[in-house]
Write a protein that binds this ligand. Structure first.
Ligand code: RIB
Length: 305
């Protein structure tokens, strides 16, 4: 069997409302249409990779409820192996409250629910998956101890690791030292570096603390790859943004697939930028994630500058 992409992470149902603008604290505003949409950073990254043709296995946890069933069935429909997604009666499936404004920018509040019950023991119970993985993808919507366990097992079996540090929280050398590719956005890297405004300088600091390569996604400005070869700006693909939800997840999934297919980090970042660009042109998280032919076509067309 071809080696799989292993995703350890969250599954959420997104409760999405369109809004003319984001409300101020204490303010009530009238929004537009409401939708429930499959999401969660872990699940989104799994779908992003699977739609580009990679075999994907996901470790996660949902509640024993309708939302959990919908999420698992959605992943299965995208040919993702879901037998390591546990179901618990102790908590509801994770949800995310998302407001999307007229410019496509979102604000997100996550209620982790069952994602918070994904334990290091769940990772240990799936140890065999690490022995044959091509790469590990993790984010920070599950407990930190679980993330550390997954990174440790990946290290034991020499599996390359990708950490998308979202939602951002300070990371110590223990974690950064186990990360081959750290993929924050510009807000996350500022927080991770203690307030450094320059993404390049922040990336340099995080590499000094143990991350081997840092790839910063910069939204409509493209991306920045900082590794032992130096610093490379990845130009953006020019598109009209409708909804930026899951653009970062599309980038991570596509970057992982491209790396697994032998592309360099720079080439992989171009794939990531293309997948992210297509995602922002559509509403929602998982429904917006592109298929391989779309990403190949955009990469072939080239960046906007
Ligand atoms: O990255 C986008 C995702 O963040 C949403 O799908 C939401 O569920 C939150 O996890």
């Amino acid at each position: 069997m071809k080696r799989h992409i292993l995703v350890v992470g969250s599954l959420n149902i997104d409760l999405v409302v369109q809004t003319p603008q984001h409300p101020q604290p204490g303010e009530t505003i009238l929004g537009g249409p409401f939708a429930t949409i499959p999401g969660g950073k872990g699940a989104n990254q799994a779908v992003a990779a699977a739609r580009l043709g990679a075999p994907v296995v996901m470790i996660g946890r949902t509640g024993n409820d309708h939302f959990g069933e919908e999420l698992r069935q959605g992943l299965a429909a995208d040919h993702i192996e879901i037998s390591h997604i546990a179901v618990t009666s102790e908590a509801a499936t994770g949800i995310a409250l998302i407001a999307v404004d007229a410019t496509g920018q979102n604000s997100i509040i996550v209620a982790p629910g069952a994602n918070a019950l994904l334990q290091p023991q769940d990772i240990q119970a799936s140890e065999a998956l690490f022995k044959t993985a091509a790469v590990l993808l993790v984010q920070l919507e599950t407990p930190m101890a679980t993330v550390i366990e997954a990174l440790s097992l990946a290290r034991r079996y020499r599996v390359p690791t990708l950490l998308n540090p979202a939602p951002a929280q300070p990371l110590g050398r223990e974690i950064l030292g186990m990360v081959d590719y750290l993929l924050p956005n510009e807000h996350e890297i500022r927080l991770l570096s203690g307030g450094e405004e320059s993404p390049a300088e922040a990336a340099r600091q995080l590499r000094a603390q143990g991350a081997s390569s840092v790839i910063v996604t910069l939204g409509s400005a493209g991306a920045l790859v900082v590794d032992e070869a130096g610093k490379t700006a990845i130009a953006p693909f020019g598109v009209e943004a409708v909804d930026t939800t899951a653009a970062g997840d599309a980038f991570v999934g596509a970057f992982a697939v491209a790396l697994c297919e032998g592309l360099s980090p720079r080439e992989a970042a171009i794939w990531g930028a293309a997948a992210g660009a297509i995602t922002v042109t559509r509403a929602g998280a998982q429904p917006a994630l592109p298929r391989r032919a779309e990403v190949e076509a955009l990469v072939a067309q080239g960046q906007s500058r």
